[in-house]
Design a protein around this ligand. Sequence first.
Ligand code: NIG
Ligand code: FE
Length: 416
Amino acid sequence: MPSFLLKNIGELVSLSPLAEEQRFIHLREDDLGSIKDAWLYCEDGKVVDFGQSPPPESLLNSSSTHQIDAKQGLVLPGFVDSHTHPIFFGNRSNEFKMRLDGVSYQEIAERGGGIMATVRASREASDEQLLAETLKHFKQFLAHGVTTVEAKSGYGLSPDEEIRHLRVLKKAAVQTDQEVKITCLALHAIPKEYASASTYVSAVCEHLLPIVAQDSLADYVDAFIESGYFSAEDCKPYFKKASELGLGIRVHADEFTDASAAEAAADWKAASADHLQFVSETGLKAMSKKGVVACILPGTSLYTAIPFTSGRRLADADCAVAIASDFNPGSCNLENLPMLAILAGLHGKLKSWEVIAGITLVPALSLGLSKQKRALAKSYDADFCIHDFTSLDEWFADFGRKKPREVWLRGVKWGS
Ligand code: NIG
Ligand code: FE
């Protein structure tokens, strides 16, 4: 793979101070490692060096180095969306209208809509249809600069259907251009074919998780711990089995009520606890102590008119704060992570630098990738985007409207 020098960068945000320290809390503005009028040199898909213009003569005069003009654009590390539900079929547009007409997300679910409506439609869809839809969503994420994505199953909701969806996800992960981490969200809702949450959990532990581990179908498991869905107690055998099988844990936590989900996430040393509108102080303390990443999902708040999570409260409790889209057909049919992240900053009172870290290094940490991805530090993967703005200020003020001009994955321009 050829080496290249990207020169004439308007502003380079490398995040290298954070990457070097591997520190994810108590963030400061200078953690962005921002350089105005910069250059970036990459070899074999990795960052080798960067600095303020002019680039060293040796690079400018090297005949083996391809020279690329960034035309004063803004260079940011590729974004990480650490919480998405991209594998499903059908749409729930009828529910959006119901919400406008005053019916809540929980009432819609009680009337047979919600997650179970998508489960019914997805069970009818062929593997080819599911694959095509998933790839379409991955492509949309990439167009917004999301070069790493976490993708959950969760619309199969029987051991066999979950396995089918996970196999399709694995295929999609190979076929798409960005890096994908897969999560088995078998405990998304209680399927009515099962008499109780615990009978379903037993079936999942016995017939699904061993195959997930044996065939490497997922990196993580996830559960929706919430009143009306699964309790922390229901999830115990599931998390125990997953841990024994070497699978990581992620949790949908305390979205509508304080369901002690954050405490469970800490007990099970989850990689991430997500949503957290109603997390208790004890839950937050436990998460910070065990290093569970706190992930906020502002899109769900925007799309279903529920409260925004206070990112400030999480950061002030010494939790590392990630921001993700929660892309799904019901509670957030939006793929624009930059727009959602800026929204999270405004409504959750996160600082501008916390917003950037929240969609790069912090979610990378929650996916076990913070030592090789999502900063432009030396020896990190050359995954970055060139944006048509001369500064980070302009990028924020655009509110995610303009997609990146170029997306680069491991030193190769996407689409070239
Ligand atoms: O994260 N909270 C649970 N799951 C999704 C919603 C999925 C759906 O409504 O289809 C979420 O918001
Ligand atoms: Fe979700």
